[in-house]
Design a protein around this ligand. Sequence first.
Ligand code: AMP
Length: 395
Amino acid sequence: MAKILAVNAGSSSLKFQLLNMPEEDVIASGLVERIGFEDAVFNIEFRDQERSETVHIPDHAVAVQMLLEVLVDLQIVKSLEDIVGVGHRVVHGGEKFSDSVKITDEVLKTIEELKDLAPLHNPANATGIRAFEKVLPKVEQVAVFDTAFHQTMPKESYMYASPYDWYEKYGVRRYGFHGTSHKYVAERTAQLINKSLEDTKIITVHIGNGGSLAAVDGGKSVNTSMGFTPLAGLVMGTRTGDIDPSILPFVMEKENMNIDEAISALNKESGLEGVSGISSDMRDIDKGKSEDNERAELAFDLFVKRVVDYIAAYYVELGGADAIVFTAGIGENDIEVRKAVMSRLAVLGIKINEEANNTRGQEIKISTDDSKIQVWVVPTNEEVMIARDTLRLIK
Ligand code: AMP
């Protein structure tokens, strides 16, 4: 049985899952946080047990070394030879990668060169890859890009109407993100509605702390709501989503802000939190709404309206839809948001099954049998996609 590690490396963190493939059973999962600090935290869950340790972990290579020792010590693997591949989530693949790839020196160099497009993420992802190269030099590694799934978008979806040479010189275009999640739920939904992926039109609604939609035609992304960066599109936990860019210089002048402060306000002080003044967490917004807090109601309505606007646009773009699928923290769990979105879509012939919608975190159809479009909840599983691609590419 092949064991594969699915890894998501951040600048000071390392999230991992060890899976038995092709069975897709999760054997262990965990998170190392505060790498580089004296009080880093190493956490692992396996066979209904959990272990947590606070230790000094100076860098990612030490975190990887520690992870591997723990896997052997706890007899989660017999020896390190059991691990046949490591798959890494990499945020930005630019226009270079339209699929996952085996990591070579050349690929790693390209991932690092793309740091211009994802300064917070790609360098951290590359650090994770180098750490595994150092500790497990013989094991093959694969990069799975957040942007790759959306590389099938036609030019009219990905181009902005800005000066054309911004695209040619600097790659200014829509890339889209959450691709691994959109791909997973689209593929899973095709199975659930008993159609071959090639014959389906599916609108995938990934709404968590960050959020995006995708229009998926025959298994291929033809449009998505995030753009050049993950700031575009939906109203998110702390992000504005789409706004008129002229607001920036206007507010910068009024508030005497520099560009970094202004961009930070759009990314970190806006969205549900900025509008409600309460919280970026939809659970708190729901609570505020139930207490008739007007700004919580407004934040909720703005959030829902934007999701509905995109669904309507993609419905037209796809020429209809077989299914709409909700995923991620809010999509999987928030009964009120799903209900509000679906009731605003009644004009498309969508009918909600209230009882089915009254569930959280489950794979379930939440539309009635006579609804014109099937609506589903499908919990996302990016780790499984990473492990699948890793297995496919190292074979
Ligand atoms: P994610 O980024 O996918 O982890 O999603 C995180 C968001 O999901 C949180 O900020 C919450 O707003 C939302 N969320 C998580 N659990 C629930 C729940 N039980 N009910 C409503 N919203 C939830």
